[in-house]
Write a protein that binds this ligand. Structure first.
Ligand code: MRU
Length: 314
């Protein structure tokens, strides 16, 4: 199953706002519909957003303006910019936008497959892995990043157990549980604030998360709550891995302080119950590189960000 696909001139998006209760597909035939789907999180997760935006460009009749709108539809995940820029570059080189989008999509799939295999090699037999947000095929379009590695390890018969953070306020942990149920992988959902206690009492063998933007010094943005997990993991001696394709890396930003953090509507936290209470709904946080045990991308596993930059071709 894929999160997005192209068929006969339209982009089909598996509406993640309807999951896990309903499998519903959105058909987009205009760029504005793709932008809307990205904004409301019908499609979400950095690599999946990138693929949707690349196909969005194939629907465009005004390339420059549509590239701008697509890029503006969310602010933290860098894949969005990279995918749109890739399509623009390929068009200048003589390709059609659709051909370029298909190349982006297929390459992304290969990268996620490789990350899943490399990440699985870090998972020991019988271990318990904690993960945050959703990083499966829903977030990457195929395979997954952190969840891809977890699924691959289970496929290899490693008999693992997954602790799933529910991931407030948008509950991407429910999407992770939906994927794990489909893959028949044993797992337990916890409230986000339970993670520290489980780590302190030795119940977690490793933490694996994805990333929305990893910058030059190795600091990275990911779903809100990731930074606390990383700090707790360090304190408790639990290895903390970040898994993401090169399309989520951003060499142009020197350090995490310069990453733009998306702030979403207060109603995602407060619902309709409060009229006067203010809420600060930070969609992401930034984790300093010193908390990362290893970065996994399609080229390998890297203990230090400097060695990753040295051995990557992009
Ligand atoms: O707001 P979302 O659901 O698009 O955020 C996605 C994440 O932060 C995920 O945790 C993920 O690590 C990055 S994409 C695989």
């Amino acid at each position: 199953m894929r999160a997005v696909y192209w068929k006969k001139g339209s982009l089909y998006i598996l509406d993640q706002t309807a999951l896990p209760l309903k499998v519903r597909w959105l058909r987009c035939s205009k760029v504005s519909e793709v932008c809307h789907a990205i904004k409301v999180l019908a499609v979400r997760g950095a690599p999946a957003i990138g693929v949707a935006a690349a196909y969005g460009m194939a629907l465009s009749k005004r390339m420059k303006a549509d590239a701008k709108s697509l890029k503006a539809s969310r602010s933290t995940a860098v894949d969005l910019e990279h995918a749109v820029d890739f399509v623009l570059l390929e068009i200048r080189g003589g390709k059609s936008a659709l051909d370029a989008a298909m190349i982006w999509d297929n390459t992304n799939t290969e990268k996620c497959k490789s990350i899943s295999e490399r990440g699985a090699s870090l998972i020991k037999k019988g271990s318990t892995i904690l993960t945050h947000c959703n990083t499966g095929f829903l977030a990457t379009n195929e395979y997954g990043s952190a969840l891809g590695a977890i699924k691959e390890a289970a496929k290899q018969g490693k008999k693992i157990h997954v602790i799933v953070d529910e991931t407030r306020p948008r509950l991407q942990g429910w999407l992770t549980s939906w994927e794990l149920l489909r893959a028949k992988i044993p797992h337990t959902m916890i409230v986000d604030s339970a993670a520290g206690f489980l780590m302190r009492t030795g119940k977690i063998d490793a933490v694996m998360v994805g990333a929305d933007r990893i910058v030059k010094n190795g600091d990275f943005a990911n779903k809100i709550g990731t930074c606390s997990l990383a700090m707790l993991a360090k304190e408790c001696g639990v290895p903390f891995y970040v898994l993401a394709p090169m399309s989520s890396f951003d060499r142009k930003i020197a350090n995490g302080n310069k990453i733009k953090i998306e702030i979403r509507d207060s109603s995602e936290i407060l619902g309709k119950a409060f009229k006067k209470t203010k809420a600060l709904n930070l969609a992401f946080d930034v984790t300093p590189s010193r908390y990362v045990t290893g970065y996994v991308n399609e080229f390998g596993v890297f203990r230090r960000i400097e060695s990753l930059w040295k051995s990557t071709k992009e």
